[in-house]
Design a protein around this ligand. Structure first.
Ligand code: SAH
Ligand code: SF4
Length: 452
């Protein structure tokens, strides 16, 4: 979601004549798009601002903007920081170019964040903004000089779930779904410009609902409509919440070949006690039943998840239950996070952060080991298979398998199940579908060769 926001704001700035530079010393303005999900992410922003304050001593004209969730959460504090000129929340991103222009002209401090982000008036403002900012999604990656291999389209903003540990509902506001026509129009436009893969985004994308007249459109309807666009080859959606996951979504995944057989469906924990304290609204057994049903409906379904270790009160037994769930589900990959108390959330206010840092670290490392071991085993079944991949571009870690020469660099692509595949081929294949044969496998990567 943040990646999309950054690219939308960049595109909106480009329309005003700004160009990207990767050196702060060359910049007229520096924007920091922020995340508040864990304290560590916020700490990094604060240390970054420290550097920028220093830089401003030699570049007094530099304008610094802090945008996104942290701006929403701690606006005044950020505005008071010596380095900061502009503060804009996730609901004000469409105003950022104008705020930057003004700050460049008069060097006054400005803050635009929504008050009472969960009030109905804010929902209306957010709906309006969605349409103004979201339309900026571009097919062309001007930084890399080629058509992007995929485009993100926001299907909905915000979240109403209030998991007890999570800051998202407070900083991104209530769920607001975009009209299906707006999404489909955008997908058509992007497809017309060369995009072949669309990823629909939402914090809980399966909660997508849009009522027009007497009809309510769901995620299944949306997937069907986007799949109906000729030039679109693959459609995906992230992230799914395991509570209230409608079977119609699985059916559409099974019936429509363009809908990718991939679910990012975080369980967070395998312990019912912890799931209850997290306010997740399902049990471990309920989650596993859903996964079994999904696997039975959608052939070759790949699964990804998120887990939090060290939630308040998590015992060794709770941790073991999480490890057991992971062993049963056998994910393609997972993200594991150490619990981080977020100010204002239920867990931060009511539950002591009582799992010691070393225990969190140990559980984190052990879970990653289990996840990697499973993926390593399961990925071996791909050995020798020919797969279709969408080429994303040159690999950023070419040491994995050295490029033979400049015309044949190491490329990265993804299968429709979201497996990462690395192989050598001409850079001109970026954005195209190619066939590759798998020659070697690892836990996170398949290595392959191009098939003529
Ligand atoms: N909407 C998505 C997740 C958004 S946040 C969903 O519900 O699945 C991304 C991930 O960050 C979450 O899945 C969770 O695993 C993690 N996370 C959120 N709040 C956290 C916190 N306070 N401490 C540690 N991890 C957290
Ligand atoms: Fe946060 Fe839960 Fe909403 Fe995901 S579903 S964004 S974890 S509150």
């Amino acid at each position: 979601m943040n990646k999309l926001d950054s690219s939308l704001v960049t595109a909106a700035l480009a329309e005003r004549g700004f160009v990207l530079t990767d050196k702060a010393t060359e910049a007229d303005a520096v924007l920091i798009n922020t995340c508040s999900v864990r304290e560590h992410a916020e700490d990094r922003v604060l240390s970054h601002l420290g550097h920028l304050r220093h830089l401003k001593k030699t570049q007094p004209q530099l304008v610094v903007a802090v945008i996104g969730c942290m701006a929403q959460r701690m606006g005044e504090t950020l505005l008071a920081h010596e380095a900061v000129d502009v503060v804009a929340g996730p609901g004000q991103l469409h105003e950022v170019p104008e705020l930057i222009d003004k700050a460049m002209a008069d060097h006054q401090k400005r803050m635009h964040v929504l008050d009472n982000i969960r009030q109905p008036a804010a929902s209306e403002a957010i709906r309006d903004i969605s349409e103004r900012l979201d339309a900026f999604e571009l097919a062309y990656d001007s930084d890399a000089n080629h058509i992007k291999s995929q485009a993100f389209i926001r299907a909905m903003r915000g979240c109403n779930n209030f998991c007890s540990y999570c800051i998202v509902p407070y900083v991104r506001g209530p769920e607001v779904s975009r009209a299906p026509q707006a999404i489909v129009e955008q997908a058509k436009k992007l497809a017309g410009e060369g995009i072949r893969q669309i990823t629909l985004l939402g914090q809980t994308i399966n909660a997508y609902r849009y009522t027009a007249g007497d009809r309510t459109y769901t995620l299944a309807d949306l997937l069907e409509q986007v799949s109906a666009i000729d030039a679109v080859r693959w459609v995906r959606f992230i992230t799914s919440h395991p509570g209230q996951f409608d079977p119609s979504i699985l059916q559409v995944m099974a019936d429509l070949p363009k809908v990718c057989p991939y679910l990012h469906i975080p369980a967070q924990s395998g312990s019912d006690r912890i799931l209850r304290a997290m306010n997740r609204g399902y049990t471990a057994e309920g989650y596993i039943e859903l996964i079994e049903k999904a696997r039975a409906t959608v052939p070759e379904l790949a699964l990804a998840g998120d887990f939090i270790v060290g939630f308040p009160g998590e015992t060794d037994e709770d941790y073991e239950a999480t490890a057991a769930l992971i062993r049963r589900v056998r994910y393609k990959n997972c993200f594991v996070f150490k619990y981080s108390p977020r100010p204002g959330t239920h867990a931060e206010k009511k539950l002591a952060d009582d799992v010691p840092a070393e225990v969190k670290q140990e559980r984190n490392a052990k879970l990653l080991e289990i996840i990697s071991e499973i993926a390593d085993q399961d990925n071996q079944t791909f050995l020798g298979r020919t797969l279709e991949v969408l080429v994303e571009g040159p690999s950023k870690k070419p040491h994995l398998n050295k490029a033979e020469n400049e015309d044949n660099p190491q490329l990265v692509g993804r299968t429709k199940h979201d497996y990462i595949v690395v192989f050598n081929g001409p850079e001109s294949l970026t954005g195209q579908f190619v066939k590759v044969r798998v020659t070697k496998t690892a836990a996170l990567t398949l290595f392959a060769e191009l098939v003529a």
